[in-house]
Design a protein around this ligand. Structure first.
Ligand code: NAD
Length: 257
């Protein structure tokens, strides 16, 4: 069988890059995406390390036309896109009364609407090929709230709703759709929060990690990106057709409380 192709948004950093490495190791063709300035080089290095075909798109999730172009170019290069992983995401922390309107709009677009537009673009080809796997990287904040993260929490809760609808519409066509809900993962997105929280609590970064950042984890460890990669591979597998419409927490026991 020809190698399957996966499109992963935000895959030139953090969790997305970890997922891309897992799929490259499993010999998928990879469509990389992300806004990192050296995105081209990051993508090429992974493809070279694992000897897989790849494409890199700098499509900005704020712009629907750029997402559409990325899908068109991916289909042109590989003929089929079998797995879509909606991973790109941004955060802004502020009380509601001060939350900038534009930040709200942008977070909803990047964290939620981009997943809808890419699912929309790929639903038809996936139905035609009678195979599709869609994985939405939501968050523990898709299930729970934290204060000062209104846009992020609203967007991630929305992602879980989109996941369920996609699962129902995809079911007759061998398309599954699931969400992964990680707790805290050590990535550039969380490094910024560690710095901010250490400053605002006036404690060191090493103290802020167990006391503030991982406060809700029963297991006081960051979730390894490799675990999210392995779970994504399982959800993308042929065998996972009946595993659909779920929100799977990997959160160090946060959701057990
Ligand atoms: P990260 O900052 O390391 O990576 C985010 C990626 O998204 C980058 O490649 C970035 O370029 C891309 N991106 C941002 N804005 C974009 C835009 N407008 N268009 C296209 N790409 C854009 O962050 P991460 O921690 O790896 O986060 C990845 C996903 O995992 C996000 O959806 C995040 O909400 C989710 N998540 C992260 C954690 C965590 O603890 N790190 C926990 C739960 C969920």
């Amino acid at each position: 069988m020809a190698a399957r192709t996966v499109l992963i948004t935000g895959s030139t950093s953090g969790i997305g890059l970890g997922i891309a490495r897992a799929f490259a190791k499993a010999k998928y063709n990879i469509i990389f995406n992300g806004l990192e300035k050296n995105g081209h080089e990051i993508a090429a290095a992974v493809a070279k390390e694992f000897q897989v075909d790849h494409m890199y798109s700098p499509a900005n999730a704020l712009h629907t036309d750029q997402l559409r172009t990325m899908v068109d170019e991916g289909l042109k290069q590989f003929n089929h896109i079998d797995v879509l992983i909606n991973n790109c995401g941004v955060q802004h922390v502020s009380p509601i009364e001060n939350f900038p309107d534009q930040k709200w709009e942008d977070i909803l677009r990047v964290n939620l609407s981009s997943a809808f537009f890419l699912t929309k673009a790929l639903m038809k080809p996936m139905k035609t090929q009678q195979f599709g796997r869609i994985i939405n990287i939501a968050s523990a904040h898709g299930l729970f709230a934290s204060e000062y993260k209104s846009a992020y929490v609203a967007a991630k809760h929305g992602v879980l709703g989109l996941t369920k609808v996609t699962a129902l519409e995809g079911a007759p066509f061998n398309i599954n759709c699931n969400a992964i809900c990680p707790g805290y993962v050590r990535t550039p997105l969380v490094d910024a929060q560690i710095r901010d929280q250490a400053k605002s609590h006036d404690i060191s970064e090493s103290e802020v990690i167990p006391r503030v950042i991982l406060q809700k984890h029963a297991v006081k460890k960051f979730v390894p990106v490799e675990l999210i990669g392995r779970l994504s591979l399982l959800l993308a597998d042929e065998i996972s057709a009946t595993l659909t419409g779920t929100a799977i927490p990997i959160d160090g026991g946060w959701s057990a409380q």
